[in-house]
Design a protein around this ligand. Structure first.
Ligand code: ACO
Length: 403
């Protein structure tokens, strides 16, 4: 039998798997998905149980550290997150440099990378040193990503920044930083903080999706956690990934404005003229379990607010129509996490442009956990896929005047 090193040296073959549909890029203990059965578990715990009993910060600890924390550990983590909510005033000035119509994801990625510059001891690109500060960095990022998001919103609205209030819990504090008026405190009178906590928790991790595998790719080269999660934000931005939550609301609004009940849109999607955003998934060939939970949560939230959103009715009709249509059934296309999440965010008052940023706040624990897995593994190698070259064969250089 040959050892791994000899096998690697001897191997001349390249596996071609467009889009990595069937390539395992790593071994991981964090999240498990069975796409055929619609199962998602973090560290072995089913997402349905976490949604019912846990909170975002507790699930973040589970995802990052591997176990449900004891009460004193959870309290200490919460304290750590609370104490880290403010950002260096030097960073406040960075916001002056962005145009007011800059996309919040561009700002978030730039600010997370810049944040590392304020903590050189935690962003040394020396694995041992970065790992020695890991607990501090993890709590700091989970806390400050939320502050940066709220400051981005305030900057774009032309409002003064609202400082964090350390007495408030994670999502309450975020809503305070977003929505408190200069002379009036934000009051959560319809369970927005709780709904937001569930939203964030359901986004905490999801195996080797595009942004998480980007984080791992960057981490594999030895880059620090700030740089790695900043790259994750860029990967999340696209409409086929985290940007889908914005695209879903835009699609539902367009359907509503056209006076369509969803039938015309479904027909257009079947002809390939449109895409049913929030539907389909590379791994789930069944219901995304997070979509089920969020669909119920969106309905409960609107009910408790005494609010009616025609977009929810359209979404439910679209879902029903798609589930009964052979085009979607034969391709195993079901609602994914983005299908109902925007309705919750919209009801809370978060503008559509910020939706993917909200996804990034939720996904931060997963990115951190995946970075840690790479950094702690002494055997981890730099990620370096091969390609199938399809360009010109060798040819001779032609001087400028002879072309
Ligand atoms: N609407 C209509 N048709 C669809 C949809 C959709 N949302 N998604 C896939 N299809 C069709 C494709 O056209 C293809 O049809 P064909 O076999 O006739 O060519 C078939 O279903 C298979 O689709 P693929 O594109 O091969 O699926 P892939 O795994 O590459 O893509 C993806 C998955 C990107 C999620 C895709 O389903 C999609 O674009 N969905 C809409 C965007 C979205 O909701 N993204 C969020 C994903 S979840 C997340 O990242 C958080």
């Amino acid at each position: 039998a040959l050892d791994t090193r000899t096998l690697r040296a001897k191997s001349g073959c390249i596996t071609f798997d467009e889009g990595y549909g069937n390539t395992g890029s790593c071994q991981s203990d964090i999240s498990f998905i069975d796409g055929e059965k619609g199962i998602l578990r973090h560290r072995g715990y089913p997402i349905e149980q976490l949604a019912e009993h846990s909170s975002f910060l507790e699930t973040a600890m589970l995802v990052i550290y591997g176990e449900l924390p004891h009460e004193e550990c959870l309290d200490a983590f919460r304290q750590h997150v609370r104490r880290n909510a403010s950002i260096h005033t030097g960073m406040h000035h960075h916001f002056d440099g962005f145009p007011s119509d800059a996309h919040p994801m561009a700002i978030l990625s730039a600010m997370l990378n810049s944040l590392g510059a304020y903590y050189p001891e935690m962003s040394s690109n020396n694995r041992d040193q970065d790992l020695a500060h890991f607990d501090e960095t993890a709590a700091l990022l989970i806390s400050k990503v939320r502050t940066i998001a709220a400051m981005t919103f305030r900057m774009k609205m032309g409002l003064p920044f609202e400082y964090p209030d350390h007495k408030r819990r994670y999502t309450e504090n975020f809503l305070h930083m977003m929505f408190s008026e200069p002379y009036g405190e934000y009051v959560d009178d319809h369970g927005a903080a709780e709904a937001l906590d569930l939203f964030l928790m359901l986004h905490a991790d999801h195996e080797q999706n595009c942004s998480t595998s980007t984080v791992r790719m960057v981490a594999s080269g030895g880059a620090n956690l700030f740089a790695s999660v900043s790259a994750g934000v860029c990967a999340l931005w696209g409409p086929s990934h985290g940007g889908a939550n914005m695209a879903v609301i835009k699609m539902l609004e367009e359907i509503h404005q056209d006076g369509d009940d969803g039938t015309r849109f479904i027909e257009a999607a079947k002809k390939g003229e449109a895409k049913l955003m929030g539907f389909g998934h590379r791994v789930y060939k069944n219901y995304d379990p997070r979509a089920k939970i969020l669909g119920k949560s969106a309905e409960n939230m609107l009910q408790s607010m005494g609010m009616q959103d025609p977009l929810l009715d359209i979404a439910k009709r679209l879902e029903q129509a798609a589930l009964e249509d052979d085009y979607f059934v034969s391709r195993k296309l079901y609602p994914n996490v983005d299908f109902y999440s925007g309705i919750i965010l919209k009801a809370i008052g978060i503008p559509v442009e910020m939706f993917t940023v909200m996804f990034a706040i939720g996904r931060m624990p997963g990115w951190i956990a995946n970075w840690k897995e790479i950094a702690e593994n002494p055997k981890s190698r730099i990620h370096r896929p091969r390609q199938i070259y399809t360009g010109e064969t060798q040819r001779d250089y032609v001087k400028l005047g002879d072309r």
